[in-house]
Design a protein around this ligand. Structure first.
Ligand SMILES: [Ca+2]
Ligand SMILES: [Ca+2]
Length: 214
């Protein structure tokens, strides 16, 4: 027998005997592969995270082991509004006027802030699946319609009620506003908050909201 591994994981080999090859992951039998014209193939089912060691057996003959480590994909929660979905983000009291707009760079949220009472939570999302003790970056892109005679937008980012970025006055071009947080729970509330109560001016855009493991 000789061996090879391809992605997505396919074990294959050659055998001089026309028999059934038994495939093991560690000591666990995971399936059979028939030998056809001296060759066999075995597509490996979805694997758990961690280390795996595959061997092929024919009768009393055991192959060398194929060792792989399956790693967890990095945690990313990304919202770009391009499919029209808010991806679980919910408007707060200061996000009551938010609406989806389409510009040259695609879709984003626009807050025209009609009337005063515009300070407080603009958007919030309760995110689960976090790892306590792990660090996450919370970032948005934002810009505002700058007008010297009206009020400026003033945005901040909060996690579980604690400010981690801002207070920031967005520029007239798209800019990133972001900060990091160490999760102390598997579920945390992420929020974009306004520190400008006036609706006179204070018009801004939000896009590309991302929470990613570091
Ligand atoms: Ca977008
Ligand atoms: Ca306004």
């Amino acid at each position: 027998m000789s061996d090879g591994v391809e992605a997505p994981l396919l074990l294959s080999g050659i055998s001089s005997t026309e028999q059934i090859v038994e495939i093991y992951d560690g000591n666990a039998f995971i399936g059979n592969a028939p030998v056809v014209a001296g060759r066999w193939q075995f597509p490996v089912p979805r694997l758990s995270i961690g280390q795996h060691s595959f061997t092929a057996k024919i009768g009393t003959i055991t192959s060398n082991s194929w060792r792989i480590t399956v790693v967890e994909p990095p945690f990313v929660d990304f919202t770009d509004f391009e499919n029209g979905s808010w991806n679980g983000w919910v408007a707060g009291p200061a996000g009551r006027d938010l609406r989806l707009e389409t510009g040259a760079e695609g879709k984003y949220l626009f807050n025209p802030t009609q009337g005063d009472g515009q300070s407080g939570v603009v958007l919030r999302k309760s995110l689960s699946g976090l790892k306590p003790g792990a660090s996450y970056r919370f970032e948005i892109r934002c810009r505002q319609i700058v007008n010297p005679i009206t009020q400026t937008a003033r945005l901040a980012l909060e996690v579980a009620g604690v400010q981690i970025a801002g207070v920031y006055e967005p520029l007239a071009t798209w800019q990133a506003l972001g900060g990091t947080v160490v999760a102390n729970s598997s579920v945390l509330e992420f929020a974009i908050k306004s520190h400008q109560q006036s609706g006179y001016g204070n018009d801004y855009y939000i896009d590309n909201i991302q929470i990613a493991a570091l």
